[in-house]
Design a protein around this ligand. Structure first.
Ligand SMILES: C[S@@+](CC[C@H](N)C(=O)[O-])C[C@H]1O[C@@H](n2cnc3c(N)ncnc32)[C@H](O)[C@@H]1O
Length: 255
């Protein structure tokens, strides 16, 4: 029973603007109550982690090889990447440390990054090391300008409103490494990998449990455009259980 004399006024859910219901404090309460393991990160589907990481690894390799797709030569390590909304570092350890010398970790829930940092001594994970660990939500994180080869955002941008996401993606754009002298174009990307709305009218879906929205492909494309980013590659993740939302990955570059 609510004993407050003045209970907080709850904004009624507006079906026309699902993201207006996002409540950061509620999301953080939810995530602080979740176990610091892969099962907690993946909502009771830990078995999907392997296929997700494999799909991401293949996608990133294709992206990096570009036109020289046929080459079998190993790719050189990236210098610096960021894992955003990283949780316990499932992607940091399972993918990014294998391809980059340094992985910065951005995650608002400290118990998750504590778990990551404690585990690092025990296991040898790839060639890279964890750099900065930043306990902030993405709405508050400002990537260092020109610093990153890849800014990876997976299963977390649903915690930002549409307006916050556009502003955040603009900062990510500034955070990408610029072309070095002699390089025709820089090779750096913002990656977004998220669930897709299955609403028949392509509406975004609000989830009360963790206070997040699941956006449609159309909505993502519109927000990327507003942020001044273009899609250079995108594909649907294969092999996920049928009862889950479809998952799509996008690689983005400045327009
Ligand atoms: C479904 S988990 C995904 C974790 C990781 N990206 C992965 O794929 O294993 C969602 C993560 O988003 C984090 N999160 C919640 N609100 C956030 C926010 N405002 N900004 C960034 N991350 C947030 C949660 O704490 C949680 O670690």
């Amino acid at each position: 029973m609510d004993m407050d004399i003045d209970p907080p006024v709850k904004t009624p859910h507006d079906p026309a603007r699902p993201d207006a219901s996002i409540d950061i404090a509620h999301s953080l309460d939810y995530w602080n109550g979740v176990s610091s393991d892969v099962n907690g990160m993946l909502g009771g589907y830990p078995q999907t982690s392997r296929i997700d990481l494999q799909g991401s690894s293949n996608f990133l390799t294709k992206l990096r090889r570009g036109k020289t797709q046929a080459s079998k030569l190993p790719l050189p390590p990236l210098e610096r990447v960021a894992d955003c909304g990283a949780g316990i570092g499932r992607i940091t350890k399972g993918l990014l440390m294998g391809v980059s010398k340094r992985v910065d970790v951005v995650e608002p829930v400290k118990k998750f990054t504590d778990e990551l940092v404690q585990g690092l001594g025990e296991e040898k994970v790839g060639m890279g090391k964890v750099g900065e660990v930043v306990n902030l939500g993405l709405q508050d994180w400002v990537p260092e300008a020109g610093a990153y080869d890849v800014i990876w955002n997976q299963w977390c941008v649903g915690h930002l409103t549409d307006a916050q996401l556009v502003v955040y993606l603009r900062r990510c754009k500034e955070g990408l490494r610029k072309a070095a002298e002699g390089e025709e174009t820089s090779i750096s990307w913002v990656v977004v990998k998220e669930n897709m709305s299955t609403d028949i009218r392509h509406k975004d879906i609000y989830d009360e449990e963790d206070s997040s929205v699941t956006r449609s492909d159309e909505k993502f494309r519109r927000l990327f455009q507003e942020a001044g980013l273009k899609i250079v590659a995108t594909e649907q993740q294969r092999g996920m259980p049928k009862e889950l939302y479809p998952v799509r990955i996008y690689a983005l570059r400045p327009e």
